[in-house]
Every structure is written in C-alpha cells, then in structure tokens.
Design a protein around this ligand. Structure first.
Ligand code: ATP
Ligand code: MG
Length: 385
C-alpha cells in the first residue's frame, strides 16, 4: 500500500511575536490554493505541515508545486506507519543503507509513546544492525540519517532526506509592486526576487508594434506565465511606446533615444503603478551592464518618478543573474531571439553620461509630450495570464 506523506517545513524567522498568525494564515492559504485541484489532504501542525492521502502518481507534481510556494523552507517525502514498533522497525530497515553507516534521529511529539527518543534510536538501530550485515552506526557523520517522527495523530513518519524549497516570505505579505518586464534575462529574475520577499506583482510590458513583433510580446507573456507559477496573483499589462518613440526619433538628437525612451517608460510606469495600487516600481537594471544603466543614466531616468524604484539586481554580475534565471525556469525562454522596444531607432552611440538639464531640453522639443504619455496610458492593454 502506498502510504507516503510529504512533510513541509517553513522558515520560522518571521514567525515571531504578533505577526506569527498573520504570516501563517497567509502561507496556509497559499499552499491550499496551490494544491486545490489535486486530490490530497493537508494537515497544518505547529512548525510543520503535512500532505497526506494522495496518489503515488501525483507525488512529483505536488512536490514541484510546493517548491513554487514562497515561505517554505524544505520538504521531505516520508513513509507513514502506525505506532506498532515492529511496523516502524520494518520501515526503518527498508530505509537503511545496505552498506556504510547510519544514525537514527527520533523526534517525539507524542510524549506518551512507551519509548523515549533515545530508547527509540537505540532499539531501531539494533534492529537494523541485526537485519543488515555490513552497516554500522555513526552518530557524528553517518552516510544516511533516518529521521523518525512520532506524531500525536497516531502516525509515525520516517524519512532520510530533505529537499530545499524556495524560501522567502509568503506571497501577499509585502504589498504590491509594478514590474517592468521585458523579454530579456534580467527582468523576470528581478520580479522573482521581490515576489520571493512576499510582494504581489503587476507586470508591465512595453512594445513598439509594428517595429517590434507580436512574437516579442508573446515572449514577455510567456515569461510572465513562468513567474505566475511562483506568484499566482500576477497580473499583466501592455503599453505601446510606438508613438512616443516616433516623436523622439523625429524631434530629438539620435544619441538621446534610449535615455528619453527610458524616461517615458518610467513616467508611464508610475501612472500605471498608482492606478494598480502598486507602491513601487521594479526593474532588472544592473549597474554598468549597458549604457542606460550607468549611475548617470539611472539618475536621469529615476528623476521622473516619485515612487521608490527597486532594482534587486543592481549589484549582480550577469552570470549570477543567469544562475537564478536557470533555477527559476525562465532562462530558456529569455534567450530565444527577440526584438525589444529599446532596440527600435537604436543610435550608434548611446549617451553614457546624460545630464538632467540636457535631457529635459531634448524632451521640450516634443510639443505634445504629455499628451503622448496620456494616450499611451489610456490605450493600456490587459493581458490574461
Ligand atoms: P532585460 O534582460 O531585463 O531585458 P537588459 O539588460 O536588456 O534587461 P535594458 O533593456 O536596459 O536591460 O532594460 C533594463 C530594464 O528596463 C529591464 O530589466 C526591464 O526591467 C526594463 N525594460 C526594458 N525593456 C522593457 C520593455 N520592453 N518592457 C518593460 N520593461 C522593460
Ligand atoms: Mg531588455
């Protein structure tokens, strides 16, 4: 009979003081929602949760989904049995290595169990030594540690390994942020990092149709769907920059193109953020990565908004960002070839050290600038994820 359970551990750092119930309730709701369409039972105990009574065929699906829930620290697949010692011992023998060393670590939440933890460790250890030739006990550095968890419910769980989960804070505990989502490698990672801290996200993607293709937009949508696995409340909006870019191209010096486009993006982002109830803007900038990400460039793009702008990747190297992109499953999508609105009307020599005065001077050459921004926002498109 298949009698596995999945033991889930959550980070306890935030579970202090008065906030404990608040965080725990949200975390439970998030787990429930994530598994709602799968046939299984959830038990929420102190310090750890357990998934029970599921079919073997969906075990890996449950594990994969739990790895996408922020706030969970690790999980273990355990074998379940009752309080009968022989039954427990049979499972322990089954889990023990055939060669090498082992240790038993018993944890007893059911304090009335006839053997205490130490007696249980000893009795199970002896049973394994009697049953398997060529294994030994090593209390300090064993090849296999067999954990035995005697629960108050009448269940005993035995397991030998644990798998790390995503960590972080439960989604829905850190406010809302507007993520500027391109089709590149960096911005999905930036979104992931703040989602991991519990923030709900609205993704905003800019396109320059027909200069950029429908496929470029679809790629950003695909990336948003990957992020949504981690942060199910994710929403997405799209705004066209075409007219603004054409106006910049027509009226301003070519080498100001990127700087001016990025300021337009930030202005639109702030309006959208406020309309969507977002308290910050998030982007994937990394210091010095490209001309638009020097201190001077960031200063002039940041100066058009009041909301805080979070740049979780600012101090990271590209390969460090790629590592995370691979881990969260966005990398393969991100490296598909695509065109971005930042590459439309790209100058040969973009400004590396723009100043606010000179940039404003260029913007003033566009007579209907404010109207163009308003129009872009009014034509915002809601994307179903
Ligand atoms: P990425 O890999 O995220 O595209 P990048 O190295 O290409 O980053 P830039 O093109 O300068 O860098 O963009 C910096 C940030 O600006 C991106 O990380 C993203 O947050 C935002 N951004 C760029 N293009 C777009 C877009 N088309 N729509 C929304 N946000 C964008
Ligand atoms: Mg980009």
């Amino acid at each position: 009979m298949f009698d596995n359970v999945i033991i889930i551990r959550y980070g306890e750092l935030y579970l202090k003081g008065k906030n404990k119930d608040y965080f725990e309730n949200i975390l439970r709701d998030n787990i429930r929602a994530k598994l709602s369409d799968l046939s299984c039972k959830l038990y929420f105990g102190r310090g750890r949760y357990v998934v029970k009574e599921y079919d073997e065929a969906i075990e890996s699906e449950i594990i994969d989904r739990l790895k996408h829930v922020f706030g969970l620290h690790s999980l273990s697949v355990a074998q379940r049995c009752g309080y009968d010692f022989d039954e427990i011992a049979a499972v322990a023998v089954n889990l023990a290595p055939r060669v090498g060393s082992f240790r038993i670590s018993t944890h007893r939440s059911y304090k009335k169990y006839p053997l205490d933890s130490l007696q249980m460790n000893k009795a199970l250890g002896e049973r394994i030594l009697e049953s398997i030739d060529g294994v030994s006990v090593d209390l300090h550095d064993p090849d296999v540690e067999i954990s035995v968890d005697i629960r108050e419910s009448g269940d005993v769980y035995l397991y030998t390994s644990s798998t790390p989960c995503s960590g972080g804070m439960p989604t829905g505990t850190a406010g809302n942020g507007l993520l500027l989502l391109s089709g590149g490698i960096d911005s999905p990672v930036a979104g992931y990092m703040l989602a991991k801290r519990g923030m709900d996200l609205t993704a905003l993607h800019f396109h320059s149709y027909p200069y950029t293709s429908e496929a470029a937009k679809e790629k950003a949508v695909a990336l948003a769907r990957i992020l949504k696995e981690y942060t199910p409340s994710l929403k997405m909006r799209c705004v066209s920059l075409t007219k603004i870019q054409e106006a910049i191209h027509k009226n301003c010096k070519p080498n100001y193109m990127i700087t001016l486009v990025r300021r337009a993006m930030m202005r639109i982002a702030e309006i959208v953020a406020k309309a969507e109830g977002c308290g910050c803007i998030i982007n994937g900038e990394s210091l010095g990565q490209v001309a638009s990400q020097t201190l001077e460039s960031i200063t002039v793009t940041n100066s058009v908004v009041e909301l805080p702008v979070f740049r979780p990747l600012i101090g990271m190297d590209k390969y460090e960002i790629i590592d995370i992109a691979e881990k969260i499953g966005s990398y393969k999508k991100s490296i598909e070839p695509y065109d971005d609105c930042c590459t439309v009307f790209l100058p040969d020599f973009p400004l590396i050290k723009p100043t606010i005065e000179k940039v404003e001077e260029q913007e003033n050459f566009i007579a209907d600038y404010a109207e163009l921004i308003r129009e872009a926002v009014n034509n915002i498109e809601i994307i179903e994820l």
